[in-house]
Structures are given as C-alpha cells and as structure tokens.
Design a protein around this ligand. Structure first.
Ligand code: COA
Length: 329
C-alpha cells in the first residue's frame, strides 16, 4: 500500500448569514434559545440565488490547490461528494471541472450524505494507490438551502451551505492519511431522504411539488440521533484500533457536525474532553458532506492543528453511511 498524502485543504462558505432570529422573523414557530439548546446552532450560511454547488466547490478547490502548490491542470481525478448537485446530469464534478479548467481529470460524484467527504477520501485513496493518477481533488459541497422546506421547523433550522476540499497524492511529502474506513446500511437508510427528483417520484408533477416531494425529509430524527452517536463512537474506535493507537493518542476530533448534543455524547462515549473536538456547527449548521471538510480546513488554517497532530474524522449520514479518516498532520 502506498502512503496517501494530503497536500492542501480549502473551504468556502457563502457570505450570507441566516441566524436563528432571522428564522423567527420569517414566521417560523421557533426560538433562538430552543435551537441553541437542542442543536448548538446559532447561524448558518446561505448561497445566493444565482450560486450553485459547484460555485462553492470552486472557491474551496482553488484554496486547496494553492496550498498544495499544484494547478488544476495537474489533476487526474475529481471526486465530488454531494446530495445537492447542480444537476442530476451532468455530475457536479463535471461542472466543477469545467469551471476549474482541469481538462486532464476524470470526475464523478458520490452520494453518501453527511459521510460523503470521507467516502470520497477513501475512493481517491484507492485510485491513487493503483497509480490511476498522481493528484486527486476531493470535494464535499452542498447547497442544502435549496432542498429544505423553510416552513418545516423540525428540519430547516439544522442545515447550511458550504464547501470543503483536499488535494491528495502519494509519496512522502504532505500530511499522511493513515486510514479511511467506510460503511453502509442501505436496509435501514430511509430516515433521511429527498423523495422527489429521482425515479421514485416520477415524473415531477404539480401534485408532487404541492406535496413537497422535492424537500429533504427527516423521519425518526430522535432515533437517527441515537444510531448516529453509536456509529460515530464505533468509527473513531475502528480508526484507532486499525492504526494501533489509543483514543487518548488522538489530538483532534473533527467529526461531521450534525448537532452539538450529538458531539457532546460522542465525547462522553469516547471519554475524551469536549475541548478536543473542533466545532463549526454554531456558525455553519449541518452542511452535510461539506461539514467535516470545512472544519478540517479551518482547524488547519487557524493553527489549531499542529504538525504531527493525529486527527480523527468520524462521520455519519443518511443512507445509512458512516466511517472515519485518521490523519497525521
Ligand atoms: N423550534 C421549536 N420547537 C421545536 C422545533 C423548533 N425548531 N423543532 C421541534 N420542536 C418541538 C417538537 O415539535 C416537540 O414538541 P412537542 O414536545 O410539543 O411534541 C419538541 O420540540 C421536542 O422535539 P424533539 O424532536 O424531541 O426535539 P429534539 O431535542 O430531539 O431535537 C432534533 C430535534 C431534530 C434537533 C434532533 O433530534 C436532531 O438533531 N436529530 C438528529 C438528526 C440528524 O441530524 N440526522 C442526520 C445525522 S447526520
């Protein structure tokens, strides 16, 4: 197995801030205090009307390429994790390739909801390991604001828009991706879904739109909370076990950010101080496949992560999907 290296990271969130008070002003039957107490979210970012997922990804990708010191033309592979692609066809990765001017890359999207970035890291590692290409760009980006029902207080408070990216290669330069593990349980994966827009609800009709089939639905949110905590904890333990280290040896946990109470439960379950978790949910909400990628980039750029630090990125998402990455920075 080759050593997989992260050469650069990047992230981007759109400038428009929607805070909890704004949601109240929009007529939603909620309160800042309820949202903060139950989720830890204070505000989230919302893409402008003329901005789509690949636009956010482009900004994150440019930053990652700059940190890596390579150009878009050097890329042989772009893997784009998203559940809110610009279009169902072509792939979001293809829209991004065109905007980046990366003619030598082969591209595809991954649909793994909030675990998407780790799925993409894992897939890119396999391609790099088999010498498919020298440089790969991995993206997690979402415009969740386009698929949430802004009159459904049980879902719309949670989500936000953004993008995170990483440039990977093989060799001995860069930050080592020590492992990545991914898991799927399709048989129990119906609790988070966007039923419309695919072949399940087809064709799109006035009736399907009136029924809100194109909106993201969360069924059994409390049950998914408990299942998620269990899988987050198992994923962190799997990463530690695989690498022959203990949970204590991990300097930073940079998990998918779904709910701050969830993160507190994970910290408790792992018996790790909460301070070792890098948190962005207060500012960005849950940006699905982008969330842990944004958090990694911010933790690197603000100096929280120091050279040699061990970073664990446990994730869980709809589908069901879960997994982890372990990185030595
Ligand atoms: N504002 C005010 N009240 C709200 C509300 C809101 N935005 N949303 C729900 N409520 C109400 C409910 O209607 C309920 O009222 P009732 O007791 O009169 O029936 C009450 O608050 C408690 O609802 P409950 O669903 O038990 O709240 P909770 O503390 O479990 O929090 C979530 C709800 C959705 C925040 C929480 O379950 C969650 O984050 N789940 C994880 C979902 C997720 O992220 N899944 C994907 C993982 S990546």
């Amino acid at each position: 197995m080759k050593s997989i290296r992260i050469l650069g990271t990047g992230s981007y969130v759109p400038p428009k801030i929607l805070n909890n008070y704004d949601l109240q002003k929009m007529g939603l039957d909620t309160s800042h205090d309820w949202i903060v107490k139950r989720t830890g979210i204070h505000e989230r970012r919302i893409a402008g009307d003329d901005v789509c997922t690949s636009d956010l990804a482009l900004e994150a990708a440019i930053k990652a390429l700059n940190m890596a010191g390579i150009t878009a033309g050097d890329l042989g592979l772009i893997i784009f994790a998203t559940i809110t692609p610009d279009t169902n066809c072509p792939a979001a990765a293809n829209w991004l390739q065109a905007k980046l001017d990366a003619p030598n890359a082969v591209n595809f999207d991954i649909t793994a909801a909030c675990s998407g970035f780790i799925y993409a890291l894992n897939a890119a590692s396999q391609y790099l390991n088999s010498d498919f290409c020298k440089y790969a760009l991995v993206i997690g980006a979402e415009v969740m604001s386009r698929v949430v029902n802004w009159s459904d207080r049980t879902t719309c408070i949670l989500w936000g828009d953004g993008a995170g990216a990483a440039v990977l290669t093989t060799g001995d330069k860069g930050h080592e991706l020590l492992s990545s593990h991914i898991h799927t349980d399709g048989a129990n994966g119906q609790d988070l879904q966007v039923p419309g827009g695919g072949s399940l609800v087809t064709p799109i009709t006035h009736d399907s739109v009136d029924k809100g089939a194109h909106y993201l639905k969360m069924i059994e949110a409390n049950a998914s909370f408990r299942v998620a905590v269990r899988h987050f904890i198992e994923s962190a333990r799997e990463a530690a076990r695989f690498n022959g280290i203990s949970i204590e040896d991990i300097n930073w946990f940079i998990p998918h950010q779904a709910n701050n109470r969830m993160t507190q439960a994970i910290a408790k379950g792992l018996e790790v101080p909460y301070e070792r978790f890098y948190i962005t949910i207060d500012r960005y909400g849950n940006s699905s496949s982008a969330s842990c990628a944004i958090a990694l980039d911010e933790a690197v750029r603000d100096g929280s992560v120091k050279p040699g630090d061990i970073i664990c990125m446990p994730v869980f998402g709809g589908g069901l999907t879960w997994g982890s990455a372990l990185i030595r920075w």
